[in-house]
Design a protein around this ligand. Structure first.
Ligand SMILES: NC(=O)C1=CN([C@@H]2O[C@H](COP(=O)(O)OP(=O)(O)OC[C@H]3O[C@@H](n4cnc5c(N)ncnc54)[C@H](O)[C@@H]3O)[C@@H](O)[C@H]2O)C=CC1
Ligand SMILES: O=C(O)C(=O)COP(=O)(O)O
Length: 539
């Protein structure tokens, strides 16, 4: 993933809107190559935040700050939103993508803390520790009310078997529990390897004595546990939610506890937070913490270090380690496709300057070695180049595909192994209502990028600097006349390539020139005999 980077001298305003570990943001504090201006201002109301982030390039949050569409739209200079944690349900990802703002999170840093908190909550729930503690603090030595249940030999149902779900399962096995889990990505082999059982959602909730959820909050996981699921659970089941409020239907959970189906629930998260006045908190069977799953010194330091490092990496290299709103490019793939990024972008850029009507369709063909790779990042770069003419800096890898589709461009990618004598060849064709244009480029071993075909003509042009694209009728004298006219305008030709379809037919000239040309210069050349079209292209 490569996007436009700020230069080292640019001031980069980093705004921290939620409390982060000071040790965790140490990488930002000690960064000297970048000109970072770090401001910490937490607990702001949305209107205050909107006012303060107009010139902010990076917004750093945890789960409290809701990064809404309005906030993203107000932050005109925003390039990156960093989430010091896992869940990004507090960030409007669609709005971020549309605005070309990359979102990064810290997926690994709080896994252990969240898993430990889940186990602590399960144990507390089984043994009524918070209730007993509360009674004793109030002077009550009550040993009868707080008789608990053991974990040993009980079945723990885990819904969502990602990082945290897996860590919870390891620990539950240490408590000698049986584990049954559901996750769309959990395979039979993996389950076997871990000594757990794989089941469907219904099989999990039916078999379990304790149920813990560890999915993200998504449209598909909202109310994953609802009254239909409570209906098929064992009586006296215990429920734990240290993931997100909303995965379990709160009203249905309340009813299931009151009806005596559910023996108790341990909740770290709620649909509305802060949840100080929640009806579930009135039930003695419910124990709760105020979203503390990730609140350890270690996790907070770790997640803040991870996002801080990603911010620095982004502004230095244009790449990030943990992107959320675009596919992450694995290291090996990045090494393979990165050399083609610039070529792909320039081919798109070239076509945007040749085309005079709105583009309706783009056909990108990858041939030779490059066709063996996942070429989606290259297509993004190509589209970025294509849209830059009209969208300028606003288009980047994050939103190039989205913006192209939004303006109705049909995107087709093809792969073929035959590259017509080249090791690699990227050919791009754009179609408008009345026009079709093509360009193809390659990377020459040790020599860099070359445009090797424009329309149907074979050329050999370095895609850099100022180019003139001239269409003419293949008649003697055309080349000389163009050269003379340009010289009259003090425009120096660095290189010139010519091609034609047949003797006396249509021909093209591709010139690289040392300086930019004005519209008047172009007209001057266009009026020459046998010259049909003159276009200036800057790459
Ligand atoms: N209470 C707290 O402070 C914390 C809460 N969390 C929450 O925990 C969630 C999980 O975190 P990780 O394990 O690190 O994420 P993860 O991405 O490693 O795992 C999530 C798993 O959920 C699975 N999943 C998605 N849709 C599903 C569905 N419909 N049914 C079953 N499984 C489904 C995914 O396949 C994935 O394996 C986060 O999204 C976040 O909301 C995370 C850290 C701290
Ligand atoms: O990482 C997550 O998803 C969490 O829920 C942690 O939230 P927090 O950063 O503690 O507000």
């Amino acid at each position: 993933m490569v996007t436009k980077t700020a230069t080292a001298t640019n001031l980069i305003n980093v705004f921290i809107a939620d409390p982060l570990s000071e040790d965790g943001i140490f990488p930002l504090r000690q960064e000297t190559d970048l000109n970072l201006n770090v401001v910490i201002d937490t607990g702001l109301a949305p209107e205050q935040l909107i006012e303060k982030i107009q010139d902010v390039h990076v917004l750093l949050v945890r789960s409290q700050t809701k990064v809404t569409r309005e906030i993203i739209a107000a932050a005109k200079s925003l390039k990156l939103i960093g989430r010091a944690g896992v869940g990004v349900d507090n960030i409007d990802l669609a709005a971020a993508t549309e605005h070309g703002v990359i979102v990064v999170n810290a997926p690994d840093g709080n896994t252990n803390s969240a898993a430990e908190h889940t186990i602590a909550m399960m144990t507390s729930l089984a043994r009524h520790i918070p209730q007993a503690y509360n009674a004793l603090k109030n002077g009550l030595w009550d040993r009868k009310t707080y008789v608990g249940v053991e974990l040993k030999n009980k079945t723990l149902g885990v819904l969502g078997f990602g990082r945290i779900g897996t860590e919870v399962a390891y620990r539950a096995k240490g408590q000698r529990m049986n584990v049954i889990a559901y996750d769309p990505f959990l395979t039979e082999e993996r389950a076997k390897e871990l000594g757990i059982t794989k089941g469907s959602v219904d099989e999990v909730v039916q078999a379990a004595d304790f149920i813990t959820v560890h999915t993200p909050l998504l449209p598909e996981t909202r109310n994953l546990i609802n009254k239909d699921k409570f209906a098929i659970m064992k009586t006296d089941v215990r429920i734990i939610n240290c993931a997100r409020g909303g995965i379990i239907d709160e009203d249905d959970l309340y009813d299931a506890i009151v009806e005596g189906k559910v023996a108790g629930a341990a909740l770290d998260v709620f649909v509305e937070e802060p949840a100080t006045n929640h009806k579930l908190l009135t039930l003695p069977q419910v124990i709760a913490t105020p979203h503390l799953g990730a609140s350890t010194i270690e996790a907070q330091e770790s997640v803040a270090v991870d996002v801080s490092n990603d911010i620095i990496k982004f502004f230095k290299t244009g790449t990030v380690t943990n992107p959320v709103n675009m596919p992450s490019i694995p290291k090996e793939l990045l090494a393979q496709v990165e050399p083609f990024f610039e070529l792909a972008e320039k081919l798109g850029n070239f076509l945007s300057q040749v085309t005079t009507e709105p583009i309706k369709e783009i056909n990108i063909s990858y041939a030779g070695e490059v066709a063996n790779y996942d070429v989606r990042p290259l297509t993004s770069n190509n589209l970025k180049g294509l849209l830059q003419k009209n969208h300028g800096d606003h288009v980047n890898d994050v939103n190039a595909r989205y913006l192209s589709e939004r303006i109705g461009i049909k995107i087709n990618e093809h792969k073929t192994t035959t590259a017509k004598g080249f090791t690699n060849l990227i050919s791009v064709e754009v179609k408008t209502e009345n026009e079709v244009h093509t360009v193809a480029g390659t990377l020459l071993n040790g020599l860099g990028a070359r445009i090797v075909k424009v329309e149907n003509y074979v050329v050999d042009v370095i895609p850099q600097g100022h180019l003139l694209y001239i269409k003419n009728t293949d008649k003697p004298g055309a080349i000389g006349r163009v050269a003379t006219k340009l010289a009259e305008k003090d425009i120096n030709i660095a290189t010139m390539q010519v091609g034609r379809d047949q003797v006396g037919g249509t021909a093209i000239m591709m010139l690289t020139i040392d300086n930019d040309v004005t519209a008047e210069d172009l007209n001057y050349v266009a009026q020459l005999e046998n010259i049909d079209e003159v276009k200036a292209i800057t790459l």
